[in-house]
Design a protein around this ligand. Sequence first.
Ligand SMILES: [Zn+2]
Length: 104
Amino acid sequence: MAEALEWSPTRIRQLIREKHLVLEPSRVTPTDLESRLGWSRAQVKTARKQGLVPAPDSEGWSIWWWESTIAERLEPRLIEKCLICGARFETVRGRAIHESWHRP
Ligand SMILES: [Zn+2]
């Protein structure tokens, strides 16, 4: 593929990093979840413990989910959105606690 498109592997890695190029099916890492949902690392951990985040699709030491797992099983439950930063939550209470952090 790299040769057909005349892109160097370095260029392709750069495009993937900048999200111009997506290889399907894509995987979602805990770090992806953090930026996508506006959550902190601790929030992702807590949500996993609480079972809000589905069990990882990965096996072994690395943790990731298929894009479809997150899109179908997690995101529909996150209907409460912070008006200030866009972070997403399952409950009004979760959003309210989060929003209180924005206030000095
Ligand atoms: Zn916020």
